[in-house]
Design a binder for this molecule. Structure first.
Ligand code: ARG
Length: 270
């Protein structure tokens, strides 16, 4: 029951039923690019691994999750070795800018603001923000109810941006989404604004207790793999990603983590 309900909610959260055609954009066979060689044999990829089911540390400490599987598959397809590096979420874009990592996969939303400083691959999944409150809270049903309330968010996220726009809200920032959710479970804040699939997963898995998601999704967001501006690896990653869509690997990975067929994705986020 819990599991079925959670799969249902997660699908909702991932926007099952989007209307833009997916396979159609994979289209023509990509041509091998002439010069402008990319990363070489190793791609250093940053992630903030406390964001299940996208990235998390499994019991043995190794990285696991949808993003991790997808990035490994992209590496295998492109013939490059993926070396993951765990970083704080708000350190990822600075690391890309400094060139200390080659790419980042971290449930990162493609935003206009981020596009000023980094490039993104084409969207690889659709998500959106949701409000979480205590299970017994019947007064909070929408964004408007959060005016003047105490809200916890993960630092540097779109959830933090959204919370900052709420009049009179008192915002506490945390290094990870699970810490923000724990603060709510402990009763120290009134709500959390975070990516819906992650909050729903935390509730469904029992990692966090006594919380619920209320209202509609606040936003529709697409995650992309972030790269330094002008990186030749944008093309390398997009080409490999298109191949994974065509050959069914993307569907396989999606089904493994979300239990359903992937919805259609647009070719670009805006
Ligand atoms: N999608 C949100 C954003 O891009 C949150 C991402 C947080 N990711 C993570 N691995 N902690 O701002």
């Amino acid at each position: 029951m819990t599991i079925r309900r959670s799969a249902f909610l997660r699908n909702l959260a991932l926007g099952l039923g989007a209307s833009v055609l997916f396979a159609a954009c994979g289209g023509g066979a990509p041509t091998a690019d002439g010069g402008g060689e990319a990363a070489g044999d190793i791609l250093k990829v940053a992630t903030e691994p406390a964001f299940p089911p996208f990235e998390f540390q499994a019991d043995g400490g190794e990285l696991d999750g949808f993003d991790i599987d997808l990035m490994k598959a992209i590496g295998a397809e492109a013939g490059v070795e993926i070396q993951f590096e765990s970083l704080p979420f708000d350190g990822i874009i600075p690391a890309l800018q400094a060139g200390t990592v080659d790419a980042a996969i971290s449930g990162m939303t493609i935003t206009q603001e981020r596009l000023n400083t980094v490039d993104f691959s084409r969207p690889y999944i659709k998500a959106g923000l949701a409000i979480a409150v205590k299970a017994e809270d019947t007064a909070t049903t929408s964004l408007a109810d959060l005016e003047g309330k105490r809200i916890a968010v993960q630092i540097g996220t779109t959830g933090a941006d959204q919370a900052a726009e709420i009049p009179g809200a008192v915002i506490s920032t945390f290094d990870s989404a699970p810490l923000a959710l724990q603060e709510l479970a402990n009763g120290n804040v009134d709500a959390v604004i975070n990516d819906a699939p992650v909050t729903l997963d935390a509730i469904a898995s029992g990692n966090i207790n006594g919380l619920k998601v209320v209202g509609e999704l606040l936003t529709e967001e697409f995650y992309g793999i972030a790269l330094p501006k002008g990186s030749p690896n944008v093309e390398v990653i997009n080409t490999a990603f298109a191949a994974l869509i065509e050959n069914g690997t993307y569907t396989e990975i999606y089904q493994k983590w979300f239990g359903t067929e992937p919805p259609e994705l647009p070719e670009s986020a805006f």
